[in-house]
Design a protein around this ligand. Structure first.
Ligand SMILES: Cc1ncc(COP(=O)(O)O)c(C=O)c1O
Length: 392
């Protein structure tokens, strides 16, 4: 019964009551391969033993105390993230949008301290940064903003993967204080930029005393074959935002800072009641430990490329397949026509997939998927796409 829910989602008529690894079972005990991981959240798969054990242990000890007191689990997580990323300090919250809100506030305070009148952040068309008013305003998709005007001011949109567009905006707008980008645009269609894009933008930011904010809410936590996607570009951002895969399903987000973005917030300037509580941090510590111990970043790189090669081979001569993109375990298969019907067809065929940007089949399977499940995923998705493209 969904009648008591505000219908912000058009949900599929299925509910799952059990998950293990890359598989989910519905209430009728039908089995589904999860090639979406709860939208890049359950990167270690469902019911991962280390995460389950950490949650159970922590729940039996203490779940929540608030940030009025020290939280050792949070301190440990901050240290792990900083050491793995090369960054300096973290603020914890409960979601991606909140992590980006913190990043936006940091950019504003940075601008205000530097005497900028109307601190403005350069963001990209086709980006997605969240559903709160500031992150919606940052988002480069007019459809999701419709009806919620007025937007929060202080954002200017440029084309993604276009260094000159950012250079021009910086030259023409003295209010620019930061550039905020996804290393790969997820919701926008799994758009992978040119290899040197992020490095060039980081250089521009450094030359112009701007913050580079990287939204790694979807690309972070080993999804793309490195623990953080920016590590493919040999840079360190000023601000990094994380969520999704960090808690493997427990609600946690993080805004991580370094260099000139560090030491801008102090007591009273920002906060969160739940953010980084012992339960969420215990789960996230188990996630990070598992990734490091099992080298799941390298696993995502190798397996991701094997899967992409398999798709390329099996879909090579299929008219209507425009492009196959991947970075690690983040896949986009672009078709020549809108294909949102594939989601339901997938469900009917025992696989959970997603369609984004109307015509891109997006797959975000667990980063530790085994090869057997990966082969099943490829075969199911190829069959779905071929069948769909034959329909007119
Ligand atoms: C890149 C990116 N940023 C931010 C968000 C918002 O995260 P949340 O839904 O946890 O607020 C998302 C969610 O899809 C995302 O993909």
């Amino acid at each position: 019964m969904t009648e008591y829910l505000i219908p912000t989602y058009s949900r599929q008529e299925v509910a799952f009551n059990k998950g293990e690894g890359s598989w989910l079972w519905d209430e009728q005990e039908n089995k589904y391969l999860d090639a979406l991981s709860g939208i890049a959240v359950c990167g270690l798969g469902h019911s991962h033993p280390a995460v389950t054990a950490a949650i159970q242990k922590q729940a039996a000890e203490v779940i929540h105390t608030s940030n009025l007191y020290r939280i050792p689990q949070q301190e440990k997580l901050a240290e792990t993230i900083c050491k793995l990323s090369g960054m300096e300090a973290a603020f914890f919250c409960n979601s991606g949008a909140e992590a980006n809100e913190a990043a936006i506030k940091i950019a504003r305070i940075f601008g205000n301290l530097n005497g900028i009148q109307l601190p403005t952040i350069i963001v990209a068309h086709k980006s997605f940064h969240g559903r709160t008013m500031a992150t919606l305003s940052a988002t480069g998709n007019e459809k999701v903003k419709l009806g919620f005007e007025p937007m929060v001011s202080g954002f200017t949109h440029v084309n993604y993967n276009d260094v000159d567009a950012i250079k021009t905006e910086i030259q023409n707008n003295s209010n620019v204080v930061a550039v905020m980008l996804e290393p790969i645009q997820g919701e926008g269609g799994v758009n992978v930029p040119d290899k040197d894009y992020l490095k060039a933008i980081k250089e521009l930011c450094d030359e112009n005393n701007l913050l580079l904010i990287l939204d790694e809410i979807q690309t972070g936590i080993a999804r793309t074959g490195k623990v953080f996607a920016f590590q493919h570009s040999n840079i360190i951002p000023d601000v990094l935002t994380l969520a999704k895969g960090l808690g493997n399903g427990t609600a946690i987000g993080a805004c991580v800072v370094s260099g000139k973005a560090n030491n801008l917030l102090y007591p009273g300037t920002h906060g969160s009641t739940f953010g980084g509580n012992p339960l969420a941090c215990a789960a996230a510590n188990a996630v990070m430990e598992t990734i490091v111990n099992e080298k799941l970043d390298a696993n995502a790189a190798i397996l991701g490329d094997q899967i992409a090669a398999s798709f390329a081979k099996k879909l090579a001569d299929t008219p209507g397949v425009i492009n196959i993109r991947n970075k690690g375990m983040m896949f986009g298969i672009e078709l020549g026509r809108p294909c949102s019907d594939l989601v339901k067809q997938g469900l009917d065929n025992g696989i959970l997939i997603n369609v984004t940007a109307n015509s891109v089949v997006r797959l975000l399977p667990p980063i530790n998927m085994n090869e057997e499940d990966a082969a099943i995923m490829v075969d199911k998705v190829v069959a779905l796409i071929k069948g769909f493209l034959k329909e007119e």
